[in-house]
Ligand binder design. Structure first.
Ligand code: SF4
Ligand SMILES: [Zn+2]
Length: 115
């Protein structure tokens, strides 16, 4: 399945947030430490298989939540930490992320009916 614009943007957003977080907490420059690289790979695979694809809600509003508890908590910490520092280096991604939080989350039952 080739990713649509929404998923591509989400991938860029999570990668940018992880780069900020890893640089500041794991003293990396220009890349990710092995732990963060593994988590980014996990998050991107979640996006590839997200049931909602182009109608995807913000993950924290999703009724499915496909993340395992450990990864979910790690991403939550990273977003809380790096999110407020996104607007300066990544204004467009940051605005998109903000708007996603305001969009009503689709219901899984509606999604199933559409298929
Ligand atoms: S948590 Fe929900 S919105 Fe986020 S990737 Fe998983 S299914 Fe998609
Ligand atoms: Zn790291």
């Amino acid at each position: 399945m080739s990713a649509g614009r929404r998923i591509i943007r989400e991938k860029k957003t999570i990668a940018a947030m992880m780069a900020i977080y890893c640089r500041d907490h794991h003293a990396t420059a220009g890349g990710l430490c092995a732990d963060c690289a593994g988590l980014l790979d996990y998050a991107q695979r979640r996006l590839d298989t997200c049931l909602f694809q182009e109608e995807k809600p913000a993950c924290n509003l999703c009724e499915v939540h496909c993340y395992a508890p450990l990864q979910r908590e790690r991403v939550r910490v990273i977003m809380r930490d790096a999110g407020p520092r996104m607007p300066w280096p990544h204004p467009i991604l940051s605005l998109g992320h903000l708007l996603d939080k305001w969009r009503p989350a689709p219901k899984l039952k509606d999604r199933k009916r559409e298929r």
